[in-house]
Design a protein around this ligand. Structure first.
Ligand SMILES: Cc1ncc(C[n+]2csc(CCOP(=O)(O)OP(=O)(O)O)c2C)c(N)n1
Ligand SMILES: [Mg+2]
Length: 551
């Protein structure tokens, strides 16, 4: 083995990434990405005879899973996470996770291997045009032909990393200074042979200093009585404080981290559809939205009809904010949070909202009962990952106002609210955290990313409990306007009953499986700490395996 230019370049690249906080790498096997794979394997082996940086390496076969695993690591830690693939369709499989990272504002560093540019369009195997393949979903993309020799290799790698990470972190001033520009970046690396292992040295690397764009000044909140605070995805605890010190009702989604405090109206989603809310909405003077709400049409309507609307921390991108928003602030200014909670009388603005939006009693056996048991099993320091569709809405419907000291973290991919990649995202969360991790997913969501259970024999298997709400398909559609279709039509083109035997699937992937059919059994299953990858199937529809709608 000798020193190769590829080896020298990727060592410098990895060393500079690690020195700047990218210490987790998710890698998929492939030959063209071999230089990165060899160097990462060496770094991850933590051999003290090398000066390799400390990295954590996760290997996945399926690039779509790998992308979402990286996303899970990123959302659990708020760190930058790298994902490495070979060339060709492997790269295309990262698109869903890159889209979610873009809309969710998560910093993925996508490293795709490619053949040298002069092979593009020549019919060379596994060679396509990977330049700008992620379009505007990445905030930086560079097509790189590493230099072939000399010190330029390490220097170029360092400069490349500095530039890419500045864009990922939002340090490069965007067109609009109030825009939060955290998001994914892409380096397309053209590797000429040799691609095999080499015997190079790890170069020194140090962190780069970035200057973040200055916050734009934000005016004081209007001193109205009849305000409402909507805390959407990623709002943060400040939303609860703002509502409490003004005596405004707080409608906080589960992933807001603001579902707490004396202003919290737990059943806001159910209440908003009723007549009494209609009257209160008519009196509303001002709506403050913090974070990005994604769950209910009622809240979307409230935002659309607000007489006056301010938005803060709305989403990853300025252009996603509602058209009628008056002010957009990148973050929540300290002045908005100052003050003590208002005592709300029963007849006050807040008191009237609290009256109609009390925490509901959850009875019987259904999606809300499953959600209630899962929520009850998650303690301070634990993490709950919610799948799109019914599960996150069921949790929204039943989640009580938490005490300020209670700190379970509730995470979800709400950037685009896909039902894809959720098993892998939960796996990433479980691999990155010490707390107990539970995921609550619908059956189609689970099946969509069943490949996320595929963990190589040499890979770490985290403790992860996945509770699957098996209601026999995508039942959300039955409650939407599509529900007026014939039962046969609804099943064929929307809900898609599948009859899949989840126990067999779990067995095939080496995950434990337990089916539960009532609340007590579910509660007992959830009371045990998860060991390894464990699936608890909450069976809400029986006999589905026998069901064939054409017989
Ligand atoms: C990748 C992707 N494809 C399709 C959709 C549209 N979609 C939204 S909910 C849903 C059904 C989800 O079914 P399930 O996970 O069983 O949850 P349930 O509706 O039964 O609560 C689908 C297909 C989506 N959000 N994401
Ligand atoms: Mg379902």
């Amino acid at each position: 083995m000798k020193v190769t230019p590829n080896g020298t370049f990727v060592r410098a690249l990895i060393a500079h990434l690690a020195a700047n906080g990218v210490t987790r790498f998710v890698l998929c096997p492939g030959s063209r990405s071999g230089p990165l794979a060899h160097a990462l394997a060496e770094a991850a082996s933590a051999d003290p005879s090398t000066a390799a940086p400390t990295v954590e390496l996760y290997v996945r076969i399926d690039e779509r899973s790998a992308g979402f695993l990286a996303l899970g690591l990123a959302i659990a830690t708020n760190d930058l996470v790298a994902v490495v693939t070979t060339s060709g369709t492997a790269v295309g499989n990262l698109l869903p996770a890159v889209m979610e990272a873009h809309h969710g504002g998560h910093r993925l560093v996508v490293l795709t291997a490619d053949r040298p540019f002069d092979l593009r369009g020549t019919g060379s195997n596994q060679t396509t045009d990977q330049r700008n393949i992620f379009g505007d979903f990445v905030q930086f993309s560079r097509d790189v032909l590493p230099p072939t020799e000399g010190r330029a290799l390490a220097t170029e790698a360092g400069a490349l990393v500095a530039e890419a990470l500045a864009h990922a972190t939002g340090a490069v001033p965007a067109a609009n200074p109030a825009c939060d520009t955290m998001g994914p970046v892409h380096l397309n690396l053209q590797f000429k042979p040799p691609l095999g292992p080499d015997r190079g040295e790890w170069p020194p690397a140090s962190p780069v200093e970035y200057a973040l764009p200055a916050e734009a000044p934000v005016p004081a909140l209007p001193s109205v009585t009849r305000g409402i605070v909507v805390a959407g995805h990623g709002a943060g605890l400040a939303a609860a404080t703002i509502a409490a010190v003004r005596g405004w009702p707080l409608f906080a989604e589960p992933t807001s981290d603001a579902r707490r405090g004396p202003s919290c109206v737990p059943s806001y989603a159910d209440a908003l559809g009723g007549d009494r809310a209609h009257t209160l909405l008519g009196e509303t003077e001002f709506v403050l939205v913090i974070g990005r709400p994604t769950l209910s049409r009622e809240v979307a309507g409230l935002i659309a009809d607000a007489p006056r609307l301010w938005v803060a921390r709305y989403g990853a991108r300025w252009r996603e904010t509602p058209v009628n928003a008056e002010v957009v602030s990148r973050d929540v200014p300290f002045e908005w949070v100052r003050g003590s909670p208002v005592e709300a009388g029963a007849d006050s603005w807040l008191g009237r909202w609290l009256e109609i939006g009390r925490e509901p009693a959850v009875e019987g056996w259904g999606p809300r009962a499953v959600a209630a048991e899962v929520v009850a099993s998650v303690g301070t320091g634990d993490l709950l990952v919610l799948g799109s569709s019914g599960p996150i809405r069921a949790v929204d419907a039943i989640l009580p106002a938490l005490r300020v000291a209670e700190r379970p973290r509730i995470l979800a991919n709400r950037g685009l609210s896909g039902i894809d990649g959720t098993v892998s995202t939960a796996m990433g969360v479980a691999l990155a955290t010490v707390g107990q991790v539970t995921a609550l997913l619908g059956d189609l969501t689970f099946l969509h990313d069943i490949g996320g259970l595929l963990v190589g024999a040499r890979e770490k298997r985290p403790d992860l409990r996945i509770v699957v709400v098996n209601d026999g398909g995508g039942t959300i559609f039955a409650g939407l306007e599509h529900g007026t279709a014939s039962a046969k039509g609804l099943e064929r083109v929307f809900t898609v009953p599948h009859g899949v035997d989840l126990a067999s699937l779990c067995a095939a992937y080496g995950a434990t499986h337990e089916a539960v059919g009532d609340r007590e059994t579910l509660a007992a299953a959830l009371a045990r700490p998860p060991q390894g990858i464990e699936v608890v199937e909450a069976v809400l529809v029986r006999g589905i395996r026998q069901r064939r709608w054409n017989v």
